[in-house]
Every structure is written in C-alpha cells, then in structure tokens.
Design a protein around this ligand. Structure first.
Ligand code: UD1
Ligand code: CA
Length: 473
C-alpha cells in the first residue's frame, strides 16, 4: 500500500454560525474544530496534509501556523467539494501516483482514528471507498445509490437537492469522508461537471465515474453517528461539545478517576490523572493539567496549565492559572489550596504548602511547609521553607514602573497586615510585627516592626452629644 495524503476541506463560509470567526476555528474541548481533524490525520500517518481554505483563509492559516508541515490551498471562489479537492490537488505537484488521498472536512471534528483506519483498510490502497452511515433522518445528506441486485453494489451518490422523492427515502448516506486512489484522482477531478441543482462541482460524482469505468466502489459503515456529525450552527456545536466531554469523562473514569458527576466536568485540553484522583462537580480543566495519585479537587475549580503532585487537596472555588502548556504551575505533594485561592503564572509551591482563602500568588516560589492562609498577596517573591505569611499581608512588588523581588528566608513569620516593599529581604528566622511597612532588609532572627507604639488611656470617656431643647427627630 502506498502513502496516504489527506485533504481537509475548510473553505466553506459557515453562514449559520452567525460569527466573525471562521467556522473551523470555533472551539470544541478548548481546541479549534480543525485541530481535531489535523490531529487524527497525523495519527493516521498522513504523508502530506493539505488544508483547503477560502472564507477567512488568513485567519485560518494564522491559527494553524504552529503546524509547519501543513500545506494550504486557497480556493476562491468556492465552487463545491469537487472543486475544493481539485484546488488541493493543484497544490500537490509532487503527488505521486502511488497511494491514496483521504478527504476529510474541517468541520467534522470527532472522526475517530479506528474508523479512519478501517476505512483506509477497506480501500486496500486502491479502491474508491466511502464512509457511510444509516440514518433515521437522512435529510440534507447525499444518498448512496445501490444496484437492486448484483450484490447491491454501489452505483453512485445523489445529493438531496438532486434526488427524486424515491431516492430521498434511502437511509444510507455518505458522511463526507472518502478515500480516492491517487492513480485516478487527477483525471477524475478534471472530468467533473457542475450540471446539477446547485451548479457545483460535486466530489460525490467521482463515484459514478468509477462505476462507469467498471471499478468496484467500496464502503465502510461508521458505527458512531457523533463521529461524523458536522458543525453548522451554535446548537450543533454545543451538542457535540457535550458528546465530546462525555467521552473525555468516560476515558477518565476508565483510568480510575472518580468523578462526582461525569456530566459536570469540562476538559478543554489535556487532563492526565493518576490513581485515586477525585474530582467534584463543576470543574474546568484547561491547557495541560497533570493530577498525580490521590489528588482531590473540590467543586467549581478552574485549573489551567498545572502539575499537582500526589495527595494535593484543592478546596472549592480555587483558580489556578498557569500560563501555557509549556509553563505549568507546580504544586508540591500534600499541599492544600483554597477554598477561594488563586495561583497565577509562575507559581512554584513546595510540598505541604497551605494557601488559603483569598490569597493570590504570582510569579513566586514557596518552600516546603510554608503557609499563607488568609487574604494575602505574594508577587515576585521567593519564600523559603516553613514561612508563615500572615493574613492581609502583601508584597509591594511594583513601584509604578518596575517590578521588584521580595525574598523571605526560611522560618520567617510575617505578621498580619504587613507590607513588604520590594526589593527587600527578610532574613532567616526573622519576625515582622503585625501592621508593619518594611522597606529595608532585616537581620536574621530579628523582630522588625514599624508600627506606632500602642497608647492606652485609662477611663477614657467618649465625647457626648450636646443636649438641645428641640425634640429629637
Ligand atoms: C457534502 C456531500 C454530501 C454529504 C455531506 C456530509 C458533496 C457534493 N456532498 O454535502 O453527499 O452527505 O457533505 O456532510 O460533497 N467546502 C469547501 N469548498 C467548497 C465547498 C465545500 O472547502 O467549495 C467544504 C466545506 O467547508 C465543508 C465541506 O467542504 O467543510 C463540506 O461542504 P458542505 O457544503 O457542507 O457539503 P454538503 O452540502 O453538506
Ligand atoms: Ca455539510
């Protein structure tokens, strides 16, 4: 069997999305529709991938810039699916006659690898082969025409708009995915005509051409309708999103993850989870998230780009916002976060760290066993081990122009409601008195405080309201 080239059609307008964003760039599971298709065709071992772009071509090409091996074919105007593949073929001057071309649609995101492998196998590398589906409501789809006898061999495909009332009763449809032998591809494409109801060049007309040349056309029936479901409007997109999330939840549970409710988890990227991971309802995972064994995630957390080590406990309503899949926030083993904690980009937490409610950490490192339990801000800081960072304290890291670093060494206690004005170092074992503003480096082991002394006047009587004759109102 020769190599497999893939053409991904993505030039259509997608009018019914009613959106400025080209249809194939709408997100499913946090990833553009067309990215799903590219991923599966790469997994299939595609020799070359050609994306046919038209409407919003610049946006689509820009969005796919991280795939340098993709080839783009600009189809303008869009004269039908046959014309789309023709355009792609013109951009494949080196296309060898060996092997086959697989045609996919950029707006059919959930097509599965096993299905495509079966389809390719059914082609045996040389037969025109169609992916088909039996549908109770086949309206709008191209119908598979079969010979009444002769083993019911395939005779052609008729589009809904060209079909007779009798043909419209056929419930076997073409789902828009076919394998074409390269040896015939160019000749067939250049013979396409647009004498049909839509005045388009139909790729589906290749079927009758093959039959006319006495060739056998193969089919492979798809078992799962969601695999071949297209996205045409926001409602279909939302339905497919649920189907996708359902599959993700199923995969997680099969790997041992305990989900409080598989219908109430959203994974917009990649979630990797070890054994005895528990996830409560309403959580969203984005980018790349790794949860090691025994991690527990409370309800309604949003976790992006993070690696949580074993036995970390994240309490409800915590927001972890790692910057990107290549810059993960890391949380050490058995740490406890939340409820209502916020970890921003550049956070690195050691083991057994506690971050409590309404504490924001940004671009900072906290050593083993350090704690910031209430209402605090830690930014551009380096905290050693066993630091206790008091309620309401903040690192004043920004002077209005530049950001500066705060260093808090091992075993320091920062009293409540303190401001550490960076750049500043609180040396090992030191204590900062509550309510202090620290703008100078401190000595190891020192107590440093800047607040006014407490004055207490005994038997103090508060001012009294002067009495008047007017009736009080
Ligand atoms: C097509 C099939 C139909 C099948 C259906 C499955 C043809 C003629 N008909 O019909 O038998 O049942 O898919 O969904 O192939 N596109 C381009 N350039 C064009 C036209 C379309 O790139 O000039 C792209 C679209 O963006 C889309 C895909 O091709 O991704 C399919 O086009 P669409 O117009 O949806 O085809 P259907 O009419 O649904
Ligand atoms: Ca369609």
């Amino acid at each position: 069997m020769g190599g497999m080239d893939v053409v991904i059609m993505a030039a259509g307008k997608g009018t019914r999305m009613k959106s400025r964003i080209p249809k194939v760039l709408h997100a499913l599971g946090g990833v553009a529709l067309i990215e799903h298709v590219i991923k599966v065709s790469q997994a299939l071992g595609a020799r070359r991938q050609v994306v046919v772009v038209g409407h919003g071509s610049q946006q689509v090409q820009a969005a796919l810039a991280q795939h340098p091996s993709l080839l783009f074919a600009l189809q303008e105007p869009q004269l039908g699916t046959g014309h789309a593949v023709q355009t792609a073929a013109q951009h494949l001057p080196l296309l060898t006659l060996a092997g086959c071309t697989l045609v996919l649609s950029g707006d059919v995101p959930l097509i599965g690898l096993p299905t495509l492998q079966d389809l390719v196998a059914a082609s045996a590398g040389e037969h025109l082969t169609l992916l088909t589906l039996k549908m109770s409501n086949p309206k709008g789809y191209g119908r598979i025409l079969r010979h009444p006898e002769e083993g019911h061999r395939v005779m052609g495909i008729v589009e809904e708009k060209d079909a007779t009332p009798l043909e419209r009763l056929i419930d076997e449809v073409y789902v828009g995915v076919m394998v074409i032998p390269n040896a015939r591809l160019h000749r067939w494409l250049s013979a396409l005509k647009n004498n049909n109801a839509q005045e388009e060049y139909y790729l589906t007309d290749l079927v009758a051409m093959a039959v006319g040349e006495g060739l056998e056309v193969h089919t492979h029936a798809c078992a799962d309708p969601t695999e071949v479901a297209g996205v045409n409007d926001p409602e279909q997109l939302a339905q497919l999103e649920r189907a996708y999330q359902g599959k993700v939840a199923q995969r997680l549970m099969r790997a041992g993850v305990r989900l409080a409710d598989p219908a109430r988890i959203d994974v917009r990227g990649e979630l990797e989870a070890g054994e005895d991971v528990e996830i409560d309802v309403g959580c969203v995972f984005e980018g790349r998230v790794v949860l090691e064994a025994g991690v527990k995630i409370g309800a309604h957390c949003v976790i992006s780009n993070a690696h949580l080590s074993a036995d970390v406990v994240v309490k409800p309503f915590t927001h972890i916002q790692g910057e990107s899949v290549s810059a993960l926030i890391t949380v050490g083993a058995a740490s406890q976060l939340g409820p209502y904690a916020r970890l921003r980009a550049g956070t690195v937490l050691g083991a057994e760290v506690h971050i409590g409610n309404f504490v924001e950490i940004k671009n900072s490192t906290l050593g083993v066993g350090s704690k910031a339990n209430h209402l605090a801000y830690v930014g551009d800081a380096q905290l050693g081990d066993r630091v206790n960072y008091g309620a309401g304290s903040i690192t004043a890291n920004y002077d209005g122009a530049n950001k500066h670093k705060t260093v808090i060494e091992d075993d320091v206690h920062v009293g409540s409601n303190s401001v550490l004005v960076a750049p500043v170092t609180i040396a090992q074992g030191g204590t900062v008195g509550a309510g202090s503003v620290i703008s100078k480096n401190t000595q190891a082991g020192a107590l440093t405080l800047t607040r006014a002394k407490t004055i207490s006047l005994a038997h103090w009587s508060r001012p009294q309201k002067k009495s008047t004759n007017k009736a009080s109102s």
